[in-house]
Design a protein around this ligand. Structure first.
Ligand code: BMA
Length: 803
């Protein structure tokens, strides 16, 4: 017997330190101070212009949330205040009596409060002290630690990127960020249910670890059921823990997407009429490490990871609804992604996040929340870390999608390679967490999946952590210093991070920034957080693309270069399979409108990189590598056919042809050497190579674009209305290099279904555009872009024929 009552109404917010006069402002729970102040019209939107710069005071202020609620004795023995998330330095007060103080955003809490409740009106107050003040006090007490950023985030258990990152603003939040409510119960309740789900041979196996909290004397009965199988445990007087074993004969296994279906079964656990339930899927996970490999195997099948890194989708995480997550996950799945890495500067994500991953077959690699800094291991942080790890490992242990626990992001590398040891002068830096505490917690609570101490990591503490030859590597010399062709010098086992920046969609930038849009406009630069980011974007164009003339060129060319850079890396690494068994692109998403490494921008718009990802992450990929065509077949079926190789002039005239019979076995890479007749051009500036196998066609030029003697682009374009939008047909009169359509320039809601198309003269592409952008404008500059288009090379304009 129990009843739950959310306490989400009637909250007010008051500033109780500093100069701000904020008192009794209506507040949303779950929520945070920034979004409350925004809703009350007291601050400007932190994501627009440089408003962020004037909001630093919020993180330095102490705040009080308060609500009054009615309560009347409900006949239960116990009533608990359940706080699923308090951000972060909180004092909880009920009817003037202090219930608890907390300092960990990553934990949830339950406090018995029945003795404090009164008939009639009750006042619940949650005071949040400044996260800065707390973190700075810990820093003073424990001694400073080196890190990638000067902010004090390693000194508080709070989402690190809230203090600003090289893609995120500094907006230090406070608030009741997850649900809060009263739960009343009598007799006994399920305090923790931790099902470990795996397969043994062909059979599904669930071991449900149950902990109960009880007031009742005498025996209790716990029941569990899954897939038609039931189990029961009896708890004797005073006993609080039980393990229930369920063996499900020959269930359909759960597979990552691309490998099979994702059957999920409802597991129910009940105690005295109280019911806990979750969806579980049966599978095994192993990490194969022979000879330096880093290969995730699900149900014994090695999986080539086509991954993306995930960052908190909003600086104000209470705004991230299930609907929004579903949209982001759909974008990942459509781009043929099969793994999300929940990066260590963020959070243990919400139940909705893992629900969607389980349903879609998106594997999840979960970092423990530590990133890019040395972390003190002393109290109070040590106990907080242990408590949060225990709670979250138990919470997520049953998740089919979760395949790896990882100790941290880049802290082992930082300690080894970034000059931290000298600065630390013997102070703790987190090694005890990554090599001792966290693996022990995982071994104790979740034996069903592997633990990896950090990323990058080579497999042993004494090895150089970022060695491409072992374990996971992060490749950041590209972007920071090197041309993207340097990916070609790597022969890694598993690339857990690599990426390249590009601006967000035009409509996103236009919404975020008022006034002039220019690469160097101060407000545009405010939405670029990487050190020297603007210069690196331009330098990164290298020999590949011309330097831009004006904003429109900058926007197209740097977006295009981002897409090409990442695609270049993925093509290289996939062609190395099975030596290399995964790439995790930095990064899928953004938390606000910003120039960044993301494929999907802060307003949810897809950048050209997303379209490139969809192509290079497809099951079937053709790529030219080191004088051969790599036929990459990451599907369960063989890929057979006649590989056609044609060297063309830029006018489309075939100059040489070759072909080869191909039979790429399932999950394999076949290398087909390129004969000189097609591989060696007569004139590198005036020829291209077209490679085709079945429905897949790629085009390679023999020189970088600025050295190709492109004719000025000419094309015919027609638009026709179709339900929900327009169909755009572009017929190339000349070669068209990397055609993109940017309909959001005309209508922010408008999208297009494909991009980055290279057409030979006479070829036609049909694109679907949603919404109702002006059809004439849609097929002209600067909405329709090609590399050899009017503003990059002067010359004839594309001829656009309207409807
Ligand atoms: C790695 C990541 C992030 C960062 C990214 C881009 O260091 O782990 O910390 O945002 O590179 O610089």
């Amino acid at each position: 017997m129990s009843s739950y009552r959310p306490l989400h109404d009637g909250w007010t917010l008051t500033a109780v330190s500093g100069d701000a006069e904020v008192a009794g402002v209506a507040a949303a729970v779950p929520g945070c101070v920034h979004t409350d102040l925004l809703a009350a019209g007291l601050i400007a939107d932190p994501y627009l212009d440089d408003n962020e710069a004037r909001l630093a005071w919020i993180g330095r202020t102490d705040w009080v949330y308060e609500t009054v609620f009615d309560w009347s004795g409900d006949g239960f023995e116990r009533t608990d205040l359940v706080c699923e998330g308090l951000d972060t330095v909180a004092t909880v007060i009920l009817n003037g009596v202090q219930v608890a103080t907390t300092a960990n955003q990553h934990r949830s809490y339950r406090f018995p409060v029945r003795h404090l409740l009164r008939e009639g009106a009750n006042t619940l107050t949650v005071r949040f002290d400044s996260a800065y003040a707390y973190a700075e006090a810990q820093r003073a007490a424990l001694g400073d630690r080196p890190g990638a950023y000067a902010e004090p985030y390693p000194f508080i258990r709070k989402m690190a990127c809230n203090f600003g990152w090289d893609w995120g603003p500094t907006l230090v939040t406070a608030g009741i960020w997850r649900p809060i409510g009263l739960e009343s119960w009598s007799g006994a309740r399920l305090a923790e249910v931790r099902p470990l789900v795996t397969m043994e041979g062909a059979d599904g196996r669930v071991r449900v670890h149950v902990r109960v909290e009880r007031t009742a004397e005498g025996p209790l009965t716990v029941d569990a059921a899954v897939a038609g199988v039931t189990a029961q445990a009896r708890l004797e007087d005073g006993q609080c823990e039980a393990v229930l074993e369920l063996a499900v004969p020959e269930p359909e296994p759960w597979w990552p997407r691309g490998y099979g279906a994702q059957p999920l079964h409802e597991l129910t656990v009940s105690l005295d009429g109280r019911r806990w339930s979750a969806k579980v899927g049966f599978r095994t996970v192993e990490l194969e490490r022979d000879g330096g490999a880093f290969t995730l195997a699900v149900n014994g099948v090695p999986v080539f990871v086509r991954g993306v890194n995930w960052i908190p989708d909003d600086c104000f995480p209470a705004r991230v609804t299930r609907e929004r997550l579903a949209e982001r996950f759909a974008r990942a799945a459509e781009a043929n992604v099969n793994l999300l890495r929940v990066w260590g500067g963020g959070l243990y994500e919400s139940g909705d996040f893992y629900d969607l991953a389980d349903e879609l077959g998106l594997l999840v690699w979960q970092d423990f929340p530590f990133a890019c800094a040395a972390y003190p291991e002393e109290e109070p942080l040590r106990s907080e870390v242990e408590a949060e790890a225990r709670q979250n490992v138990a919470r997520l242990a049953h998740r089919a999608s979760l395949v790896l626990w990882c100790g941290n992001n880049e802290n082992i590398e930082g300690h080894a390679d970034w000059g931290w040891q000298e600065k630390l002068a013997g102070r703790s830096w987190g090694a005890g967490f990554y090599h001792d505490l966290l693996p022990k917690v995982v071994a104790e609570l979740d034996s069903t999946r592997p633990y990896w101490p950090g990323s990058p990591y080579s497999g042993a503490p004494d090895l150089p952590p970022n060695d491409p030859a072992r374990g996971t590597v992060h490749i950041w010399d590209v972007w920071n210093r090197e041309d993207y062709t340097r990916y070609g010098a790597y022969t890694p086992r598993f690339v857990a991070e690599f990426g390249f920046q590009g601006p967000p969609a035009y409509a996103t930038l236009r919404r975020a920034v008022s006034g002039e849009l220019a690469a160097d406009a101060p407000l545009v630069l405010h939405h670029q957080k990487a050190i020297d980011g603007g210069a690196k974007l331009l330098r990164g164009l290298g020999e590949h693309l011309p330097q831009p003339q004006g904003f429109d060129d900058w926007h197209y060319l740097t977006q295009l270069n981002q897409a090409r850079a990442v695609a270049f890396g993925i093509e290289r690494f996939r062609a190395l399979a099975p030596h290399c068994m995964g790439t995790v692109v930095w990064q899928l998403n953004d938390c606000w409108p910003v120039v960044s490494w993301a494929a999907v921008d802060g307003d949810g718009r897809r950048k050209p990189l997303w379209y490139a990802l969809r192509r290079v992450y497809a099951d079937r990929l053709l790529t030219v590598q080191d004088g051969a065509v790599a036929v990459v077949n990451d599907s369960a079926e063989p890929w057979t056919g006649e590989l056609s190789l044609v060297r063309h002039s830029l006018t489309g005239k075939p100059l040489a042809r070759a072909s080869a019979a191909v039979e790429a076995a399932p999950r394999s890479v076949e290398l087909v050497p390129l004969p000189d007749s097609v591989a060696v051009p007569g004139d590198p500036a005036a020829e291209l190579l077209a490679v085709r196998l079945g429905g897949t066609r790629i085009v390679r030029f023999f020189a970088e674009d600025p050295r190709v003697a492109f004719p000025p682009a000419a094309y015919d374009a027609e638009t026709a209305p179709v339900p929900g939008g327009l169909e755009v047909t572009v017929t190339a009169r000349t070669v068209l290099r990397d055609l993109c359509l940017f309909p959001d320039r005309l209508d922010p809601a408008s999208t297009v279904d494909d991009m980055l198309l290279t057409l030979l003269p006479g070829e036609t592409a049909t694109l679907r555009v949603t919404g109702s952008p002006d059809p004439e404008a849609l097929v002209g500059h600067p909405v329709l872009r090609v590399v050899n288009g009017p503003t990059v090379w002067t010359g004839a304009r594309g001829r656009a024929r309207g409807r």
